[in-house]
Design a protein around this ligand. Structure first.
Ligand code: DC
Length: 229
């Protein structure tokens, strides 16, 4: 029987990790988990409840009130994020949450809370998870690790186009600034900073089409599965 593996996809903000991960999951019949959505959902919860990061650090049990789940949306071939039973898929993608999420994700208590849940989701294997620390902290034993990157300008352009297409009005410079700021915080925090795992394959997609990336990553995944089966 074909062996199921764990595929860890890490990299900078807005470089297409989600698209690549979703495609791999669909092709292989695996579960797709967007770990960034979990950090965004925690950020939304804390924002709405007006809870500061100091309060979370002083009383991490507060996090126990947060339940994050994913539900597969047949029509869109998409997993949507639910916070305590409410669909928050659109709200967690807003610029407000994008601005606030990096400091939230730098808090050790938040990371421990979410990493434990992510590891549980991968227990049965057959999972593609994207994030910043999946190949280094969540699944250091993942059979395939991909580290994605692209220039900040091209990432900002793609993000700008994506938001504009959804009718969300943003300023390109603001998007670029947000991406650079998140890169800095994500890469320089003390707790699980964004680093390439030693055994990860780098995928720089600055000048690659989505189709090329999809084909290449699928060939890597099939190669690993075949070698292990
Ligand atoms: O992938 P994303 O842009 O939706 O992630 C949102 C934020 O969450 C990002 O600024 C970094 C953080 N994050 C993280 O620290 N660790 C992860 N595994 C995933 C996301």
């Amino acid at each position: 029987m074909e062996k199921k593996i764990i595929i860890a996809i890490d990299g900078h903000s807005s470089c297409g990790k989600g698209t690549l991960a979703k495609n791999l999951a669909n092709e292989l019949g695996y579960l797709f988990i967007d770990s960034g959505a979990m950090y965004r959902a925690v950020t939304l919860y804390l924002t709405r409840a007006n809870i500061s990061l100091d309060e979370v650090q002083a009383d991490p049990a507060i996090l126990g009130n947060i339940k994050i789940t994913f539900q597969y949306e047949e029509e869109r071939h998409y997993y949507e994020t639910y916070l305590n039973g409410e669909n928050v898929e659109n709200e967690i993608r807003s610029m407000e949450i994008a601005r606030k999420v990096s400091p939230v994700s730098a808090i050790a208590e938040v990371r421990h809370f979410l990493v434990a849940q992510q590891q549980q989701m991968g227990e049965q294997k057959g999972v593609v998870m994207d994030g910043r620390d999946i190949g280094t902290v969540v699944f250091p034993e993942a059979e395939l690790k991909i580290f994605m990157t692209a220039s900040a300008e091209i990432r900002a352009k793609r993000r700008y186009d994506e938001l504009t297409a959804k009718g969300i009005h943003v300023n390109y410079q603001e998007v670029l600034h947000n991406i650079k700021e998140r890169d800095f915080i994500d890469s320089n925090r003390a707790e699980s900073p964004l680093v390439k795992a030693e055994d990860a394959i780098t995928l720089d997609n600055t000048s690659m089409s989505k189709k090329q990336q999809a084909q290449l990553s699928l060939s890597w995944a099939r190669g690993v599965i075949k070698a292990l089966s």
